[in-house]
Ligand binder design. Structure first.
Ligand SMILES: *Cc1c(COP(=O)(O)O)cnc(C)c1O
Length: 393
C-alpha cells in the first residue's frame, strides 16, 4: 500500500483536482513545475537557509522528563511552538513564497479563518517584499482582531468576505475568484494539506522537515531513528503530515491523528471528520468531510480555531480509510485541561490545537520502553483569552 500521492494526484481514492475549468491553467502550471522547482539546488539551499536563520530550525526534540515520569513512558515533544510566528505553518509559507518567486509570481493571495495562516503568509510576503492580499470572512475579522492587526502591521491587505456565513469557506471562494481573475502574476498560498493536487503533496513535502529532524534527533538521543508512536493534531492535517511523512512507509511506527470532538461527537458541535465525515468534495479535492445527507457542508465546531475545519486533507482520509493511522477525537474540555497540565508539568503553554494531541496520553496505554513523540504544533500566546475565559483566571 502506498501512502504517498500517485501521478494522478490521488491518495488511494482521495485527492485529485476538482476545480472550475477557469482554474485549469493555474493549477496545471503548478502541477507541472512544483517537483522540478523543489529539487533545484538553489531552491533547496535558499529554503534550508531560511528555515535555519529565519524560522529557527531545527526545532528541538525535547525529552519531557516530568511528563514521562507521570505517564511511565518516554515522551518527546517536537517543539514547533518555537518556530518564528509561533507554529509550524511558516515552514509551508516559506516554501510556497520561494515557489512563487521561481514561477515568476509577484502577487500573493491567501485565505484565512482564525488568521494564523494569514499571519504566516503576510510574514513571508514582508520578508520577500511581495504584495499580499488575505481574504477573511467578515465575522472572522471581528473575532480575530489581534491577527488582523498583525497582518496589517506586516503590510498585508485584509479583504473581507461578505457573502454566505462570512467565515472561512466564503473567504476561500473569494480567493479562488481572485486567482481566476489574476492567473498570470498571482500565486495562491494554501495553508494546509488541502486543496486540489498538487497542493496537498507540496505542503506535505514542505512540512516534512519536521519528521526529517525527528529522525536524526532520535538517533542522537535514543540510538534509533524511529519512535514507536507519533501523535499530532489534525485540522486540515499539515503538522501531522509533516510529523508522519518520513515514517509513513515504516509500519513499526504507530501514527496517531487527533481530531477535535468539540463539545462531543454527538452534540452537533464537533469537528471530528473521521467519525462524522463522508466522502465528498471540498476546496477542490475528494476527501472526507462533514456534510448533511444531501451533501451540504456542515458548520464544524471546536474551541480551537485551527481545528475548526469540516474536512481533512486527502492524505489523512487515506490514512484513516487504510487504517495506517489511528484517529482519536478529543473534546474541548479535555484539550483545555491539557493546556493547563502541560503548562504546570513542563512550563510550556501550548496552542489549544496542540493540547488536543496530549490528551491521547489519557486515552491510550503506553509501555515504559515506548518512545512517544508528540508534535507540539504551536504556542499558546494566541489562545490566552480563551484560556482566561475558560479557567476564570
Ligand atoms: C493551524 C494550526 C493547526 C491545524 O492545522 P494543520 O494543517 O492540521 O496542522 C494546528 N496547530 C496549530 C498551532 C495551528 O496554528
Amino acid at each position: 500500500m502506498s501512502y504517498h500521492v500517485n501521478e494522478k494526484g490521488y491518495y488511494g481514492e482521495f485527492g485529485g483536482a476538482y476545480i472550475p475549468e477557469m482554474l485549469y491553467p493555474n493549477v496545471a502550471e503548478l502541477r507541472e513545475q512544483y517537483l522540478s522547482v523543489m529539487l533545484q539546488p538553489d531552491f533547496q539551499s535558499e529554503f534550508r537557509a531560511l528555515l535555519r536563520d529565519y524560522v529557527g530550525r531545527p526545532t528541538p526534540l525535547y525529552f519531557a522528563k516530568r511528563l514521562s515520569e507521570k505517564y511511565n513512558t518516554k515522551i518527546y515533544l517536537k517543539r514547533e511552538d518555537l518556530c518564528h510566528t509561533g507554529a509550524h505553518k511558516v515552514n509551508n509559507t516559506i516554501g510556497q513564497i520561494l515557489m512563487a518567486q521561481r514561477l515568476g509570481k509577484t502577487r500573493i493571495i491567501a485565505e484565512t479563518g482564525a488568521g494564523q495562516h494569514g499571519v504566516a503568509t503576510a510574514t513571508v510576503c514582508a520578508l520577500m517584499g511581495l504584495q499580499c492580499i488575505v481574504y477573511m470572512g467578515e465575522i472572522d475579522i471581528e473575532r480575530q482582531a489581534p491577527n488582523v492587526a498583525r497582518m496589517k502591521m506586516l503590510g498585508a491587505e485584509v479583504r473581507p468576505a461578505k457573502s454566505g456565513s462570512r467565515t472561512l469557506k466564503d473567504a476561500t471562494n473569494e480567493a479562488i475568484r481572485d486567482w481566476i481573475n489574476n492567473p498570470v502574476d498571482t500565486h495562491y498560498i494554501i495553508g494546509s494539506v488541502v486543496g486540489p493536487h498538487p497542493y496537498p503533496d507540496m505542503v506535505a513535502r514542505f512540512q516534512s522537515v519536521i519528521s526529517e529532524e525527528i529522525k536524526y534527533q532520535l538517533l542522537e538521543t535514543e540510538g534509533r531513528d524511529i519512535p514507536d508512536y507519533v501523535i499530532a493534531c489534525v485540522g486540515g492535517g499539515s503538522n501531522a503530515a509533516g510529523a508522519f511523512y518520513h515514517f509513513l512507509d515504516d509500519e513499526r511506527v504507530h501514527l496517531i491523528a487527533v481530531e477535535a470532538a468539540g463539545k462531543g461527537i454527538d452534540t452537533g458541535e464537533s469537528a471530528a471528520t473521521s467519525v462524522l465525515g463522508k466522502t465528498g468534495i471540498i476546496h477542490g479535492s475528494k476527501t472526507l468531510l462533514m456534510q448533511t445527507p444531501d451533501g451540504q457542508i456542515t458548520e464544524p465546531y471546536s474551541i480551537s480555531a485551527g481545528l475548526d475545519y469540516p474536512g481533512v486533507g486527502p492524505m489523512h482520509a487515506h490514512l484513516f480509510r487504510s487504517r495506517r493511522a489511528e484517529f482519536i477525537s478529543i473534546t474541548d474540555d479535555q484539550a483545555m485541561q491539557w493546556g493547563l497540565e502541560l503548562s504546570k508539568t513542563e512550563g510550556i503553554i501550548p496552542a489549544i490545537e496542540s493540547a488536543h494531541a496530549f490528551a491521547v496520553l489519557d486515552e491510550k496505554k503506553f509501555k515504559p520502553t515506548d518512545v512517544v513523540v508528540i508534535n507540539l504544533s504551536g504556542r499558546g500566546d494566541k489562545d490566552l483569552n480563551t484560556y482566561i475565559k475558560y479557567f476564570n483566571f
